[in-house]
Design a protein around this ligand. Structure first.
Ligand SMILES: C[S@@+](CC[C@H](N)C(=O)[O-])C[C@H]1O[C@@H](n2cnc3c(N)ncnc32)[C@H](O)[C@@H]1O
Length: 355
């Protein structure tokens, strides 16, 4: 309620606000923001991510990172950076696996880009005694080849929406009508700072996140200078068109303007826009894979066999259903897309075979 009042006061004072401004307040308000004041992740929270469902996710990403490092980098140390590390579960599973297969004979430097103080505390607990550095700005990554992992990171960043008319793009904003929050279209025409693709129709919605583009462009520049890779796993909007903004509370969809501050707000990542930015910078963009095919190629079924070998049938059933959830073709397996960006063209594990 306090957040709703804060938003309404702001609109009354200075007019309709942008969707990114609305998201910023709902998610990050100092006192009552969704990320600031809630336990958001996990079965008991509002939504659950792949590493929280099964340890195999972080393990396979760890092996993927190690094999990239061994094949293409092989410098003194492996620098692994995660963007928005949640509870640190992915890294915990990845680090354990990397140490195990290298018999601890590897120099690992871990960096986490994280904004939530609450989650940093949890990450510190989960990653005790590991060589971890926390940064609040992507430019804080060490000036070496980085293996950068972003699982469900970019979808959490504030986004703006623009609707196409005959004249151009109009920003969709948030106003008040009859005492309630509602969407409205700005009369002004918005001109993107960078040229964007042109095959859209009248009435189409374009989602554009300044924050995503800024972080992504900085990563591209880092790859150009120092090599490395960005592995991005997220809800992907391949066509680059459409309204994908969503609110989730206790694992259920809610209206975006309903209960501000009490739901997670996210949008599908505009993969098309990111691909265009990377290509313009002469970087290599891998084919886009569904999470299911990526994990199958990395050997998730073989890992399932080994994890269920000498355990009770009840435990085997649990592990089996967790892994099935990650690769379910009707849900996470196809909704989540995987893409990698590198300096030059490389054949990357998990991103070559299958459809
Ligand atoms: C949906 S959670 C995903 C967590 C984790 N990657 C996982 O798969 O479990 C999004 C993460 O990004 C972080 N985050 C969101 N916006 C951020 C920003 N602007 N800078 C740094 N971290 C941010 C959140 O605090 C959270 O850790």
């Amino acid at each position: 309620m306090q957040i709703e009042k804060k938003i309404k006061d702001l609109i009354k004072k200075s007019g309709p606000i942008s969707i990114s401004q609305y998201m910023e307040i709902c998610l990050w308000d100092d006192k009552n923001g969704y990320y600031t004041s809630n336990q958001v992740l996990g079965e008991d929270g509002d939504f659950i991510t792949s590493p929280e469902i099964s340890q195999t996710f972080g393990e396979l990403i760890g092996l993927w990172a190690l094999s990239f490092y061994q094949e293409f980098i092989n410098k003194k140390r492996l620098c692994l950076t995660e963007l928005g590390a949640g509870r640190g579960t992915l890294l915990k599973d990845a680090i354990r696996t990397i140490y195990k297969v290298t018999s601890n004979k590897i120099n690992l430097e871990i960096t986490i880009l994280e904004k939530s103080e609450r989650l940093i505390t949890l990450q510190k607990e989960n990653l005790k005694n590991k060589n971890v550095r926390w940064i609040s700005d992507i430019k804080g990554m060490s000036l070496e080849p980085q293996i950068i992992i972003a699982n469900e990171f970019f979808d959490a960043l504030p986004v703006n929406q623009y609707v196409r008319s005959n004249e151009g793009w109009h920003e969709k904003k948030i106003a008040i009508k009859n005492g309630k929050l509602c969407f409205t279209l700005d009369n002004k025409i918005w001109v993107p700072s960078d040229s964007i693709y042109s095959d859209f129709k009248i009435g189409d919605t374009l989602e554009y996140s300044e924050r995503t583009i800024s972080i992504f462009s900085n990563i591209c520049n880092h790859l150009i200078k120092y090599d490395g890779v960005l592995l991005l796993v997220d809800y992907g909007n391949i066509s680059g068109i459409g309204d994908t903004l969503q609110a989730v509370n206790k694992h259920e969809f809610k209206g975006v303007l309903e209960k501000p501050g009490q739901s997670d707000l996210s949008s599908h990542v505009n993969f098309r826009l990111l691909k265009e930015i990377a290509i313009k910078k002469n970087l290599y963009v891998s084919p886009v894979k569904e999470q299911r095919n990526f994990l199958l190629e990395l050997g998730i079924e073989e890992r399932l066999k080994s994890l269920t070998k000498n355990v009770s049938s009840a435990m085997a059933e649990t592990v089996n259903s967790e892994i099935k959830r990650l690769i379910d073709p009707d849900k996470m397996g196809s909704l989540f897309k995987v893409i990698a960006i590198t300096k030059t063209k490389r054949i990357l594990e998990g991103l070559n075979r299958y459809g």
